[in-house]
Design a protein around this ligand. Structure first.
Ligand SMILES: NC(=O)c1ccc[n+]([C@@H]2O[C@H](COP(=O)([O-])OP(=O)(O)OC[C@H]3O[C@@H](n4cnc5c(N)ncnc54)[C@H](OP(=O)(O)O)[C@@H]3O)[C@@H](O)[C@H]2O)c1
Length: 265
């Protein structure tokens, strides 16, 4: 258990999920957390667990050592500009999960050398199964270790160069939507071959989870596992090749590339 106090500025979907995950994993006690937003009614589930909830960002920052910024991108400049005198570079660590806001943007808004981290999690953070890509500036090794430990409670953490942050957003954060669309389409196929929607969805979701775990837990290559289920002249290879003839891999690669060009321009 770490005893640093953590403020989450912007307790929306992601901010709430981070707070819940840190409590569930016992990384932080509820009493170590302060979460802010203007509409405090929405923070009642956290307040009921003894988390401090407030609309006073200055109070939250001044009473904490770790500041997680989970505001919408268009709110960041205005909100942080008004608070920059509250940040103390000798005491605070700032972690931004805001899409498209660079470390240099944060540095110039805050205008001093406070240790800064930029994190890109995905929505599976709500069940502590995110992949979070992380980069930093002005941070010591022990501050980096602390922030890595924090996000490790919420899934897994990968350190990257900031120039890969857009790519991380596409593959990790948008990737949730691509994977879910695969599950949705496979479910539709499952209904066509005889299952009701609920059963088809359950079989598909657990199958995708199992396939992913084969890679994550056994460190296998996807093609090695595909070879095991593609009997010569069998039904798997016939279906798989038909999917490829219709552009399965190609459309995924093109979709990821299109998303990347959209974010990077
Ligand atoms: N969701 C994802 O998958 C994901 C993944 C990676 C990164 N991100 C990034 O994470 C950030 C948050 O996303 P989200 O989905 O959690 O958005 P969200 O639900 O809209 O959360 C933003 C919160 O900021 C609060 N807020 C606005 N002005 C404020 C102020 N002056 N002081 C304190 N709080 C204020 C809003 O609540 P009030 O209106 O009540 O103040 C709102 O709850 C975004 O920048 C997004 O790009 C999201």
């Amino acid at each position: 258990m770490n005893n640093k106090k953590i403020a989450i500025i912007g307790g929306g979907n992601l901010g709430m999920a981070i707070a819940e995950g840190l409590i569930k994993s016992s990384f932080a006690k509820p009493q170590q957390l302060t979460v802010t937003r203007r509409n405090l009614d929405r923070l009642k589930p956290l307040k009921d667990q003894s988390v401090t909830v407030t609309s006073d960002n200055q109070f939250a920052i001044e009473s904490s050592e770790v500041i997680i910024v989970a505001l919408k991108p268009y709110n960041v400049k205005e909100v942080l500009e008004g608070l920059k005198k509250s940040f103390d570079p000798t005491r605070h660590i700032v972690i931004s999960v805001v899409t498209g806001i660079f470390l240099s943007d944060l540095s110039s808004i805050l205008n001093h050398g406070v240790p800064l981290f930029r994190a890109m999690p995905n929505t599976a953070i709500a069940i502590q199964e995110s992949v979070t890509c992380l980069c930093s500036t002005h941070a010591t090794e022990s501050q980096s270790k602390y922030v890595t430990d924090l996000f490790d409670q919420l899934g897994i953490t990968i350190s990257i160069d900031e120039k890969l942050m857009d790519a991380a957003t596409i593959l990790g954060a948008c990737g949730i939507a691509y994977a879910l669309r695969f599950i949705r389409a496979a479910t539709q196929g499952g209904i066509e071959i005889g299952f009701d929607a609920k059963t088809a969805s359950l079989i598909t979701a657990q199958t995708v989870k199992g396939a992913a775990e084969l890679l994550l837990k056994l460190n296998r290559h996807p093609e090695e596992e595909i070879d095991k289920v593609t009997t010569p002249k069998g039904c798997t290879i016939v279906g798989l090749n038909e999917m490829e003839h219709k552009g399965f891999s190609s459309s995924l690669i093109k979709g990821i590339s299109a998303s990347y060009h959209k974010i990077a321009t």
